[in-house]
Design a protein around this ligand. Structure first.
Ligand code: 6GU
Length: 237
């Protein structure tokens, strides 16, 4: 099989978190068709402590919790990089990172290979950042127990950009935040035309495609105005 157009290497202390997600059909099909490849690596396998496979330690200067030590991470990333001919982009998932948005997602797929480092505990020894100079990403202004869920978010959003991953009938092209489009989606309806007194808007049953397009555009604009002022032009967020 030819090289996949996008390979992910996920470095984590909890590899089992990914198994359910990875067996989901869209992803499983894309992997089977050779479009993407996802390898999950247990950081504990790179511990420098042969006995207890310890990978964390207490922070200098005191404070609560434990930090992931620099040595296992550097050894792991170097070994993982050597598993494939492209070095790839190293991404560290951290609440201190750049807030992830669709423009950044669209830049990721062309790297061909993404190495995702998932933190736990109070984070990594800062020398991990100094040495690897990773792209640091956060998925929002809240705190997760670890980077695993954030890594799945990166994988899930990025594979949509790989040609062939989505079915013909689906397209990332028209996505709400795709390619400069910063509008919320209009509401959609399917059968039945009436349920518990709630009717499908008349215009959608009219068969008038021009009117339907106009209605959908108005709905998108209205929703965006009401819910997400920050997305509108002029509000440079
Ligand atoms: Cl990437 N990691 C953690 N631990 N918390 C987060 C996050 C990442 N993004 C938002 N909150």
């Amino acid at each position: 099989m030819p090289n996949p157009s996008l390979r992910f290497d996920i470095v984590t202390l909890f590899p089992e978190i990914f198994s359910g997600y990875l067996s989901q059909s869209l992803l499983a099909k894309a992997i089977e068709r050779g479009l993407i490849d996802i390898q999950v690596h247990n950081l504990r396998d790179w511990s420098i402590d042969p006995k207890h496979h310890k990978i964390d330690d207490r922070p200098y200067g005191g404070g609560p919790g434990m930090l992931i030590s620099v040595e296992p991470v550097i050894r792991c990333v170097h070994d993982v990089q050597a598993m494939n001919s492209t070095t790839g982009l190293v991404i560290l998932l951290t609440p201190q990172g750049e807030r992830l948005g669709q423009p950044r997602i669209e830049q990721l797929a062309p790297y061909g290979r993404l190495i995702l480092l998932c933190g736990r505990y109070e984070g990594f020894d800062h020398r991990v950042v100094e040495i690897l100079k990773p792209l640091e990403l956060s998925i929002g202004d809240f705190v997760l127990n670890g980077g695993e869920v954030a890594a799945m978010v990166v994988v899930d959003a990025t594979i949509r950009m790989v040609p062939g991953v989505l079915g013909d009938e689906q397209s990332s092209w028209e996505d709400s935040f795709s390619r400069g489009n910063r509008m919320l989606e209009f509401p959609q309806y399917t059968r039945p035309p009436e349920y518990l007194g709630h009717c499908v808007p008349e215009v959608l049953l009219s068969g008038d495609h021009q009117k339907i397009a106009q209605w959908r555009k108005e709905q998108s604009e209205r929703r965006t105005r009401e819910r997400r002022q920050d997305l509108l032009p002029g509000d440079d967020a």
